[in-house]
Design a protein around this ligand. Structure first.
Ligand code: BTN
Length: 266
């Protein structure tokens, strides 16, 4: 199942270690184990199939064999990150995926804040950034990326909370998964040292979906706030203008962003 192509592609990247699995629980767990055993970043684990793929908000992530891209990067701490800056790392994942899709296939992806990548308004990619702390020291910084590439990787309707599609459908023909993997990993490694720059923030913000549109922010315990999506704060939080013209800033975490115009998105 393209194992040789994946391994050859991974060998071109400047990594301390890479591995490709036909089937594994979760690639985020693989690189977390590597870090716990003292491996230095950057390293990457990819899998054709994940049997325990994890998404944000404790959800499962669907990774059937032969059709998806699922991989995790173990990254160096770029600048003594603290937990509030984890949003920047997941933004890095979304931006890297967008840049690779633009460069390789001329697509026009958008980022549904904080980090879902949309094609034609439908979710195509999810990002799960995880940090492992030892006291105040960041022991492992992990960026997991899952992409629907071919149609079988798009979860069935009943299993998703937002409309989904895949790269092949948006591009109009099958793409080569190893090429996309390498292009994304190169973008991640190139942008990692620039997380606190205006260049990074502007590049992320330029691809935000629903800019200047009314959106709904759904928080814990059914709290809902509506407002116009203004853009990003310096730490990657989302700025909204409320009805009374006041600005409110939202942190990722438990918040779900929903467009108001699209009634299909629940
Ligand atoms: C989301 O909920 O949108 C985030 C999904 C992240 C999925 C990726 S696939 C590779 C890595 N391994 C996992 O178990 N999750 C991430």
């Amino acid at each position: 199942m393209q194992s040789a192509q994946f391994k050859a592609a991974l060998a071109t990247l400047p990594l301390t270690k890479s591995a490709y699995f036909e089937s594994v629980g979760s690639t985020n767990d693989v690189v977390a184990d590597w870090a716990a055993n003292g491996l230095q970043p950057p390293a990457l684990a990819a899998a054709d199939e994940q049997t325990q793929g994890r998404g944000r908000h404790g959800r499962n992530w669907f990774t059937p064999p032969g059709s998806a891209l699922a991989f995790s990067l173990l990254l160096a701490d770029p600048q003594n990150l603290d937990s509030r800056q984890l949003a920047l790392v997941s933004g890095l994942g979304g931006l890297a995926v967008c840049l690779a899709l633009e460069e390789l296939y001329g697509l026009a992806p958008q980022i549904k804040w904080p980090n879902d990548v949309l094609l034609g308004g439908k979710k195509t990619c999810g990002v799960l950034a995880e940090a492992h702390w030892q006291g105040k020291r960041l022991a492992a910084l992990i960026l997991g990326i899952g992409i629907n590439v071919a149609p079988p990787s798009v979860p069935p309707e009943g299993k998703i909370s937002f409309p989904a599609t895949c790269v092949d459908a948006a591009f109009g023909q099958p793409i080569e998964r190893p090429d996309l993997l390498v292009a994304i990993a190169k973008q991640v490694l190139a942008w990692l040292p620039k997380l606190n720059t205006s260049d990074f923030l502007q590049s992320w913000e330029a691809r935000l979906a629903y800019k200047n549109q009314i959106v709904r922010m759904e928080g814990p315990e059914d709290t809902v706030t509506e407002g116009v999506l203004l853009g990003l704060a310096a730490n990657g939080n989302l700025r909204l203008q409320l009805e009374d013209s006041q600005e409110q800033v939202f942190q990722a975490g438990e918040i779900h962003l929903r467009p108001i115009i699209d009634s299909a998105a629940k």
